[in-house]
Design a protein around this ligand. Structure first.
Ligand code: ZN
Length: 218
């Protein structure tokens, strides 16, 4: 998968017509970055993931009514990391080796080790830290971005208290297919919505998506 994404990246770098795009120098240096990439950078990645990806997405998120302080951020992120790792460790407990790659956020290395230990790995684990441009991380970056955009758009669209529709992004087992084989997703969003289209790229690979409740005090 990494190799394939590296090829896609080379293809973008070799394309004429976008070499003067303002994003190009950042992309050449650091690769994909979901919140910064324009269409011409995002689309080839999304197409490749949609066509060929073999992965399972697990997402944990919290919704906060205020901007988190840096202490809160650390605490919440730690608990989200532990939550998502526990799922992976229990699901892949028969694996010989589990490779955990954290996106480098300048934290001391000990932070990642504490997180992994708190998640109670059952087998051998290799922990590494890579910068955001890493191709495998780009996939995770986009997956998270698509999920959070979806959640944000749904909350924006939902104007009803007591709404009966689930606002959690659907997972692979919750979508249906129309007569032509196209994916149908329930909820507030429609095909005209970019967040909807982007999340659709990933939904067939989504294994679990959970809002973690009560992680933020007041
Ligand atoms: Zn609603």
């Amino acid at each position: 998968m990494r190799d394939r994404l590296a090829q896609v990246r080379d293809g973008i770098l070799a394309r004429t017509g976008i070499e003067d795009a303002p994003r190009m120098s950042g992309f050449r240096a650091h690769g994909w970055h979901a919140t910064k990439d324009g269409h011409e950078f995002a689309e080839p990645l999304l197409v490749e993931l949609d066509r060929a990806a073999a992965f399972k997405g697990h997402v944990r998120y919290v919704i906060s009514s205020h901007e988190l302080t840096s202490d809160e951020k650390d605490r919440v992120f730690n608990s989200l990391f532990v939550g998502v790792l526990r799922v992976s460790f229990s699901r892949y407990r028969s694996s010989e080796l589990t490779d955990i790659v954290f996106e480098d956020d300048q934290s001391p290395r000990s932070r990642y080790d504490v997180i992994v230990q708190r998640a109670q790995p059952s087998g051998e684990v290799r922990v590494s830290v890579e910068p955001k441009g890493d191709s495998a991380l780009a996939m995770a970056d986009y997956l998270l971005y698509a999920t959070l955009k979806y959640v944000a758009r749904v909350l924006e669209q939902c104007k009803t208290d007591n709404c009966g529709i689930s606002h959690r992004p659907p997972i692979s087992t919750e979508v249906s297919y129309d007569a032509t084989g196209a994916i149908e997703m329930p909820g507030h969003l429609t095909a005209s919505d970019f967040a909807f289209r982007m999340y659709k790229t990933f939904v067939r690979s989504m294994s679990s998506v959970l809002e973690v409740p009560g992680a933020i005090a007041g």
